[in-house]
Design a protein. Structure first.
Length: 346
């Protein structure tokens, strides 16, 4: 009997103070949604061009033939798989539509599943031919997003000293909906010629709300993206012209008050691609240094990248790992009105 009392007492104390990483994440989330004018942000990939439809819908059909792409990102694994993102996409050029069609699905998992986001998108991209070497691509994207809150933790006032968690919490501000879905619209544009490309995209034009409460204070703000790059064929002793390719790139993103600049450089030869990106925000806070190694064949490409965190979190996160795989299926190579977009592979 004494042992039972000690056990119940210990159980009560443990249940009152114990909180795993998932519970801590949800507590912080509740604190956030309890504030007014709360804003969310989109998941990000470091291999920007390995998931081109996600970066800019106007990159849909950029290789003309049918293409399937798969991407996986594990961010900050030292915190216990806190941010995991999967994405799968498909796109191709359709002559009858005088443009390209495509789409993607992704799932973003935060806090070991405490919060997850599912997205399914469809894209149509029309190509305007300017001349034999240059084109303008304009795309429209329609999406459905669903955010889910995994409500599986216990407040202290729910615990009975003998029978455990049997009460209903008296906490205020607790979300009543575990799922919230909404439709969204995005658009993009890309200009390309034989050696240069530049693009602009705006996501979440409708600025939908993601609030789990009855009000609409958790707005998903518009995401603005500007990106550009060009290819420099190199030659030298034992290297044919165009066999070695150098590709400098720049990418800027802004979502609400968050601004981020990415500076990148790719070097490729005989199917081997080495890349590096430097990421910072415009307050001159340096975030990470990205290293990439990729392999390209005619029909497929594979790459791995690692984000080396250089901010104040560098000793706490173990950076981020990312893997991408893409396959291009054969198609009839009839003479087309436009060239493929010469953007990087990763």
């Amino acid at each position: 009997m004494l042992f039972k009392k000690l056990f119940v007492s210990l159980q009560s104390k443990v249940m009152n103070i114990a909180m795993n990483k998932k519970q801590l994440f949800v507590w912080l989330f509740l604190l956030a949604i309890g504030m007014q004018n709360t804003y969310a942000q989109d998941p990000q990939f470091s291999q920007f061009y390995a998931c081109p439809l996600y970066l800019n819908p106007a990159l849909t059909g950029s290789v003309k033939c049918p293409r399937v792409s798969l991407n996986f990102r594990n961010q900050w694994p030292a915190l216990g798989s806190t941010y995991i993102t999967y994405i799968a996409s498909y796109d191709q050029y359709v002559k009858a539509l005088e443009g390209s069609v495509g789409g993607y699905v992704y799932e973003d998992i935060q806090g070991d599943g405490a919060i997850s986001t599912f997205n399914i998108s469809g894209i149509y991209n029309y190509t305007f031919v300017l001349d034999r070497r240059s084109n303008i691509h304009i795309a429209l994207q329609a999406s459905y997003l669903q955010k889910k809150l995994n409500w599986d933790y216990i407040f202290p006032d729910m615990i009975h000293p003998l029978y455990g968690p049997i009460y209903t919490t008296a906490e205020t501000g607790v979300p009543t909906n575990e799922k919230r879905g909404h439709f969204d619209v995005s658009a993009g544009m890309v200009y390309s010629n034989q050696g240069f490309f530049g693009g602009f995209a705006v996501h979440h034009i409708t600025q939908p709300t993601e609030s789990f409460r009855s009000n609409d204070d958790a707005v998903l703000p518009r995401l603005f993206t500007v990106h550009a790059g060009f290819n420099i064929p190199l030659s030298g002793r034992g290297i044919k012209k165009g066999e070695l390719l150098l590709s400098p790139n720049i990418l800027f993103e802004q979502q609400q008050n968050f601004q981020q600049m990415n500076w990148g450089l790719y070097l490729s030869r005989k199917g081997i691609v080495i890349g590096t990106w430097f990421r910072q925000n415009l307050s001159f806070h340096y975030d990470s240094f990205i290293l990439l190694l990729g392999y390209i064949q005619e029909k497929y490409k594979l790459a791995y990248s690692y984000d080396l965190t250089i901010s104040e979190l560098k000793n706490q996160t173990l950076g981020a790992h990312e893997i991408s795989f893409s396959m291009v299926f054969p198609c009839k190579q009839k003479k087309q009105k436009f060239r493929t977009i010469s953007c990087p592979s990763f």
